[in-house]
Design a protein around this ligand. Structure first.
Ligand code: FPP
Length: 240
């Protein structure tokens, strides 16, 4: 019993994932890249459910970056379509799932329909407090920090606050992630060893976990492996 409590204490409160490798997964199967994204969206559903089941309170996923607009139109449309399906499903199943849905990113670039669905999902789910999914859409960490810096400059100009009085807490409160604790564990499947403009400020003390497994193949056992690796590490937050 005591052992179980120890393990529970070590469970990351917030996991963030760069869902990479969809295209390569599809290529290996001689399928179009869009099939990889469809498989990736399924993996996301499974992993979101599993995170809730094992007591991870926050799950943040990188679904579409500020750079992803450069992809072929067909691929962008497919990803947007998958997000629409997911939001419709979340709204439909909200009373069963009890998951709060939030968005990090500038949603104004999305279609009006997707913006409406996002607003509805966010509004309808804000009562749920046990489990939260943050979907990063049209998100870039540098863009997020620039917006925060501009908001702070504007606030100082308007209120006469001293720019020098800016604290880490205030800066954090100006980010999309304002009410969400920093990620404890950031997972990147797909074999690349980089952060790719994802949660740069919030990742300051996160444990990083990389695996060659492609996102559509990432399953519950892979998440268990990542959590076990996290639990085996010694987080010192700059101390000794
Ligand atoms: C990176 O893989 C993945 C993306 C740019 C899109 C991720 C989107 C989804 C998983 C679907 C979104 C929908 C929901 C509901 C979450 P890649 O295409 O760069 O893969 P590659 O590196 O193998 O080419």
């Amino acid at each position: 019993m005591a052992k179980k409590r120890e393990n529970e204490a070590a469970m990351p409160r917030h996991i963030a994932i760069i869902m990479d490798g969809n295209g390569r997964w599809a290529k290996k199967r001689l399928l179009p890249r869009t099939a990889g994204h469809a498989a990736g969206a399924e993996t996301f559903r499974r992993i979101a459910l599993y995170c809730r089941e094992i007591g991870v309170k926050y799950l943040t996923v990188y679904a579409f970056s500020t750079e992803n607009w450069k992809r072929p139109q067909e691929e962008v449309s497919k990803i947007m379509g998958l997000m629409k399906d997911y939001l419709l499903e979340s709204i439909r199943d909200m009373q069963k799932n009890h998951v709060r849905i939030e968005f990090f990113g500038d949603l104004t670039a999305l279609s009006p329909e997707l913006q409406d669905l996002a607003a509805e999902a966010r509004k309808e789910s804000e009562v749920f407090t046990d489990s939260q999914v943050n979907m990063c859409i049209n998100y870039g960490s540098r863009d997020e920090m620039l917006r925060a810096a501009r908001a702070w400059a504007k606030r100082c100009a308007e209120t006469g606050e001293d720019p020098e009085s800016l604290t880490e807490e205030t800066f954090s409160s100006l980010l999309y992630s304002a009410d969400v604790p920093d990620p404890d564990l950031i997972i990147r499947p797909g074999g690349e060893l980089r952060i790719s403009n994802f949660l740069l400020w919030q990742a300051a003390y996160a444990e990083l976990y990389f695996t060659d497994v492609l996102w559509p193949d990432f399953d519950e056992r892979e998440l268990d492996r990542a959590v076990a690796a996290y639990q085996a590490r010694n987080r010192r937050f700059g101390g000794i």
